[in-house]
Design a binder for this molecule. Structure first.
Ligand SMILES: Cc1cc2nc3c(=O)[nH]c(=O)nc-3n(C[C@H](O)[C@H](O)[C@H](O)COP(=O)(O)OP(=O)(O)OC[C@H]3O[C@@H](n4cnc5c(N)ncnc54)[C@H](O)[C@@H]3O)c2cc1C
Length: 362
């Protein structure tokens, strides 16, 4: 039975807010979404992002369909991956199913953001662009990362190129402190970024280093580049509710502590919030069940990744552990579950990560 009487207000038209809005509007609810940027996707500038397809047995297509989201945006399976440490390690990784689909972010046609906008408008959502609202006034707070709880910073460039499709993943401390850098090329469009999980102030130096290390493998042919980037935030000690408002996406601290792949879980949280409003269910309880084990397993895997980077050949060992499996995708599915091994390491990992990131509520 529906428990919805009046219009629902959502602060933020990112992926979590729009997923909630689309589901509510499709169920016949009047929905108003307020977005402080003048256009949907205004937070991004045309970078390739990955819609991950490795954390669950269920494919991302099937999970989007369950969330009533159509794939009306440009979406390409990630090209075969070359994993390198910028030195002797160069591993070609092949996967039984695509580990990731590339989607463009930003206000341009074909992006994930514009696809969601079209679906929202078709469902009857009323968008109020260029209008910020106080988050606490909204029924759903979907305002994205919290700048006081940053765990990762991403900076890079995008440009048009003649190069063929490719994906290079670089793990090297001087190109990305405790993180990774990558080159993604699809359909004549390239994106090269570094993602730092430490020493954020060094992001420009790391980007230059990433360019030169990846440039040693491929003649990058960079023309008229545009800068892209942003930050990611995470929190574990969150109630998923503030006053009467439900918290979704990164505003709720839902993120992937290992690599920062937050799109799918942000959308899932928007979907759950909509379901809870429609059916009178307890959203904080649902969200805790869905996301806390993942955030906790992320604390463990981030701790291990962090430590691996401190050993001369740590990333190499990790790469080989994952890459030498017949189906590396399955290896990563386990990495995102709170297994017995995770539970055993968790207290130490949490203590260590709390010391390292004192501003995070872990
Ligand atoms: C550079 C970069 C690369 C990334 N790459 C990947 C990737 O490859 N794969 C992946 O899965 N994830 C990636 N992420 C993370 C992913 O983009 C986020 O986790 C996801 O977009 C979070 O969605 P959200 O709906 O919570 O917030 P957002 O997408 O940030 O949306 C929040 C929206 O709220 C608006 N807003 C904020 N305050 C207000 C207010 N008071 N009133 C009205 N509107 C407001 C903002 O303008 C924004 O549009 C990346 C992030 C960055 C920064």
């Amino acid at each position: 039975m529906k428990s919805v009487h009046g219009p629902i207000t959502i602060a933020g038209a990112g992926v979590s807010g729009l997923t909630a809005a689309i589901n509510l509007a499709k169920a016949g609810v009047e929905v108003h979404v307020y977005e402080r940027k003048k256009e949907i996707g205004g937070r991004f500038l045309g970078d390739w992002q990955g819609l991950e397809n490795w954390t669950t047995v269920e494919t991302v297509q099937s999970s989007l369909s369950d969330m009533q989201i159509d794939m009306n945006f440009d979406c390409h399976a990630m090209p075969p991956l070359l994993l390198t440490d910028g030195g002797a390690l160069q591993m070609r990784c092949s996967f039984q199913r695509p580990v990731c689909y590339l989607v463009k972010r930003g206000p341009e046609p074909g992006t994930l953001d514009q696809g969601l906008k079209a679906q929202a408008l078709a469902a009857g959502v009323r968008l109020h662009l260029g209008q910020a609202i106080e988050p606490e006034q909204a029924d759903i707070i979907a305002t994205g990362p919290n700048s006081r709880e940053v765990f990762a910073v991403d900076k890079g460039i995008v440009w048009h190129t003649q190069l063929p499709d490719m994906a290079i993943f670089l793990v090297n401390e001087s190109a990305a402190y405790k993180g990774y850098a990558y080159l993604l090329i699809s359909g004549g469009y390239a994106c090269l970024c570094t993602v730092l999980f430490d020493r954020f102030q060094a992001v420009n130096e790391c980007l230059e280093k990433a360019k030169s290390m990846i440039g040693a493998l491929v003649d990058l042919d960079i023309r008229a580049p545009r800068f892209v980037g942003g930050l990611g935030s995470i929190a574990l000690e969150t109630a998923f509710k503030r006053g009467k408002s439900l918290l979704v996406g990164e505003a709720a601290g839902i993120q992937d502590f290992l690599w920062g792949f937050g799109i799918r879980t942000a959308m899932q949280s928007g979907y759950l919030a909509a379901q809870s409003i429609l059916h009178g269910a307890d959203y904080p309880e649902m969200a805790q069940k869905a996301f806390h084990p993942r955030i906790k397993s992320g604390i463990v895997t981030r701790f291990l990744y962090d430590k691996a980077g401190s050993w001369p050949s740590g990333y190499k060992i990790m790469g080989q552990l994952a890459g030498n499996r017949p189906d590396p995708g399955r290896f990563f599915q386990h990495a995102y579950k709170m297994t017995v091994i995770h539970q055993f390491i968790y207290p130490l990992a949490r203590w260590s990560m709390q010391r390292k990131y004192p501003k995070l509520r872990l």
